[in-house]
Design a protein around this ligand. Structure first.
Ligand SMILES: Cc1cc2nc3c(=O)[nH]c(=O)nc-3n(C[C@H](O)[C@H](O)[C@H](O)COP(=O)(O)OP(=O)(O)OC[C@H]3O[C@@H](n4cnc5c(N)ncnc54)[C@H](O)[C@@H]3O)c2cc1C
Length: 413
């Protein structure tokens, strides 16, 4: 588990992703006096930024605190495939929770990507956001029969998509795999530009960005207080924790673990080697490889996950993982030029059931948490902003329990 006091951005990611040269982020400053606000958000990555934009749109007076440069934690390492398909296939989520609940989760994920797309368009956020299909490839133990089961369940849940056999997949996309499910409704973006654009909108509506470290929290039934390392305090109607994979001690879940993941971006490719769409591509196996393209024609490929969250080990494994990913790129897209533009890696938080941790912090009235874990991190961060906005406004819905921080491990039920 990452130490909440000592973990810094340099422990969360290594190397350089293609996103680091985006437009400037809004300025943050230290506090000269103790302040009060409606909502204090701790963490200025994509999760905090989505919450800040939504909560200011709802009319709340928001203060967002980050101890480092907003967006330069895990958000800058993201490959930003904004998928509604969850790491855990619908058939496995159905085994864990039953069809009705699993289908509801998938539908909410689908609506979250649609909601994010609509918001980016309404606010005209410059972040290379593009609607994309996904191609979910047969891999490992998951062959045509398993994909047919998955597709059948998705269809029953009202989710869109088509099952392609080997010949159709090869002819349409050039991927030499036994089968695939091709689905509309996902997207890609530059995650750092998206984060900073959202923060600029929130700041434009009066949100204050504070550079400081939250070191402790107090909460009562009427308000919550964030104690900062500078000695200043922020008293708020609600505190939202959005500290990424670094969870404070007051939030604990037996479902959560942090691993490591690797990615690379090639140099821009000749357009003729890219597949139609270009769709987001991912494999149906547990240790899946995935790829997407960028607006300047690079291929980003990622995967090669390892259980360790140790930054030194992550760094040491870098060259080996880069070679492995280039090998997988050659196998998947034989016409691609296996050039190396960027290589990076990052801590990668996951949960045992593939779902995020969102909602009230147990035993801490007035404290809420937004932890959008897994390969759908950003989709779930959008969902978190909406659930948290509703909870702060006093609304409650039975489905919020799907993502509750203190939900039990279904494998132990
Ligand atoms: C290699 C890789 C590939 C990925 N690919 C995808 C993908 O394709 N699609 C997808 O949806 N997701 C993907 N993810 C996951 C996604 O990147 C994360 O879910 C997301 O970036 C998390 O954002 P965050 O805002 O929660 O965390 P962060 O970006 O880490 O932000 C948290 C912030 O909190 C601040 N903070 C922490 N503690 C304190 C404190 N005590 N006081 C003040 N500030 C504090 C930190 O400084 C940091 O800036 C990927 C992740 C990795 C590593």
């Amino acid at each position: 588990m990452l130490d909440p006091d000592s973990t810094r951005h340099e422990d969360l990611r290594t190397g350089k992703s293609p996103w680091l040269a985006g437009p400037p982020r809004p300025a943050s400053e230290g506090l000269e006096v103790d302040i009060r606000c409606d909502v204090a958000i701790v963490g200025g990555g994509i999760t905090g930024a989505l919450a800040a934009e939504h909560l200011t749109a709802l009319g709340h007076d928001v203060v967002l605190v980050d101890r480092e440069r907003e967006g330069f934690g895990s958000t800058a390492a993201s490959t930003a495939m904004l998928q509604w398909e969850i790491d855990l296939p619908l058939r496995r989520l159905t085994t864990l929770y039953g069809f009705d609940k699993a289908a509801d989760v998938y539908q909410r994920s689908f609506k979250a990507v649609a909601g994010l797309r609509e918001r980016v368009s309404q606010l005209e956020l410059g972040c290379a956001f593009l609607a994309r299909d996904t191609v979910y490839l047969a891999a490992g133990d998951v062959g045509p029969r398993e994909l047919l089961d998955e597709w059948t369940l998705r269809e029953k849940a009202g989710l869109p998509g088509a099952l392609l056999d080997h010949a159709t997949l090869l002819g349409s996309f050039g991927f030499d795999r036994a089968a695939a499910i091709v689905s509309p409704g996902s997207a890609e973006a530059d995650p750092l530009s998206l984060c900073h654009a959202l923060l600029r909108v929130a700041a434009g509506r009066g949100a204050r960005l504070v550079r400081d470290e939250a070191i402790s929290y107090d909460s009562t039934p009427r308000s919550a207080v964030v104690q900062l390392a500078s000695g200043r305090t922020i008293e708020a109607g609600h505190v939202v924790l959005a500290t990424g994979y670094v969870m404070p001690d007051c939030v604990r879940s037996e479902l959560h673990r942090v691993a490591s993941s690797w990615a690379l971006a090639t140099l821009p490719q000749p357009p003729s080697v890219l597949w139609p769409g270009p769709a987001l591509v991912w494999e149906a196996s547990d240790d899946y490889v995935y790829c997407r393209t960028t607006v300047d024609g690079r291929i980003i490929i990622g995967g090669e996950d390892e259980d360790s969250d140790d930054p030194d080990r992550r760094k040491a494994l870098g060259p080996e993982k880069t070679d492995a990913l280039l090998g997988k790129l050659r196998a998947l897209v034989p016409g691609a030029e296996p050039t190396l533009g960027h290589a990076w890696s990052g801590a990668f938080g996951q949960t045992a059931d593939g779902l995020p941790l969102i909602g009230r912090v147990p035993g801490r009235p007035r404290m809420l948490a937004a932890y959008g874990y897994g390969g759908n991190g950003i989709t779930f961060s959008f969902l978190a902003s909406r659930i948290i906005g509703a909870l702060i406004g006093g609304a409650e819905a039975p489905w919020f329990a799907h993502f509750a921080i203190d939900r039990p491990d279904p494998a132990k039920m």
